[in-house]
Design a protein around this ligand. Structure first.
Ligand SMILES: C[S@@+](CC[C@H](N)C(=O)[O-])C[C@H]1O[C@@H](n2cnc3c(N)ncnc32)[C@H](O)[C@@H]1O
Length: 247
């Protein structure tokens, strides 16, 4: 659910220091569609354009990025001047009906207030037969996030904020977006948490750290600092879920 404490104009200042693309997600997005130069793609909640930029470089299709934060879009436009980046709310898009062949969104759906309106809009702007990929985390994956060991309160915050996979699939079906398949990427893969993670935590650059109490945040930060003072920490990734839909 949208929350005033999560301000992406402000987060845009640190976002690219702490977040980049997940190559496995890019590979799945590319594998899941068959697009040529005549096709149009929409990246909803494109943020600073990390995924939009890489997708534009790797695809022949024309790509548009949509985000509601001008701060995030300013970073995106500076990154790639060949992409049409538009400001707007995904729940009320200005695009004409049947404009896109493929619509995807990465780490956005938990910010959207009404997912029914979002999915209705996606169905409207998609061409018949067009595909959708929603990249998110399931409630089970949220419970297994390494950050939860330091900030346990984030689990309740994010299981309340994120719609779980069956809820997304049901909301999509109500708007004639048929479920195609679910992919889970990266679960249990080892990764290293080091100084970039600490910098992100210090900047409260992960939105859920803005939704826990200051006391919970300070307690967790002290634990992260103590742990990383001994060197990088090897942890298993929680992984991501990709929900594929088709109109
Ligand atoms: C966690 S960031 C993800 C950015 C990008 N997709 C990525 O993976 O790096 C979430 C983004 O969704 C955008 N957003 C949230 N709700 C939105 C809405 N209703 N319409 C458009 N953008 C939205 C925010 O402004 C923010 O840039």
């Amino acid at each position: 659910m949208a929350d005033d404490r999560v301000n992406y104009d402000e987060i845009s200042r640190v976002y690219d220091e702490v977040r980049g693309v997940d190559r496995a997600v890019i590979q799945s997005l590319l594998n899941g569609v068959d697009l040529d130069a005549s096709c149009a793609v929409l990246d909803i909640g494109c943020g600073t354009g990390n995924y939009t930029d890489v997708m534009q470089r790797l695809m022949q299709a024309r790509i548009t990025g949509l985000d509601q934060s001008e701060g995030m879009l300013a970073k995106a436009r500076a990154k790639n001047g060949q992409i049409d980046f538009r400001q707007g709310d995904a729940q009320q898009m200005l695009f004409a009906g049947a404009s896109f062949d493929f619509v995807y969104m990465t780490d956005v759906i938990h910010h959207v207030t009404e997912i029914g309106r979002l999915l209705g809009e996606i169905a409207r702007v998609l061409r018949p037969g067009g595909k959708v990929c929603i990249v998110t985390q399931s409630h089970a994956q949220i419970g297994r996030r390494p950050i939860a060991a330091f900030f346990p309160a984030t689990v309740a915050v994010d299981t309340a904020r994120y719609p779980d996979i069956p809820q997304i699939v049901a909301a999509a079906a109500a708007h004639s977006l048929a479920f195609v398949r679910e992919e889970r990427l990266g679960e249990g893969e080892p990764t290293l948490y080091g100084q970039p993670f600490l910098a992100a935590v210090r900047a409260r650059g992960y939105s859920m750290l803005r939704l826990i109490s200051d006391e919970e945040y300070r307690r967790g930060l002290a634990q992260v600092e103590a742990q990383l003072a001994q060197g990088d920490l090897a942890v298993p990734k929680a992984g991501k879920t990709l929900i594929w839909l088709q109109k």
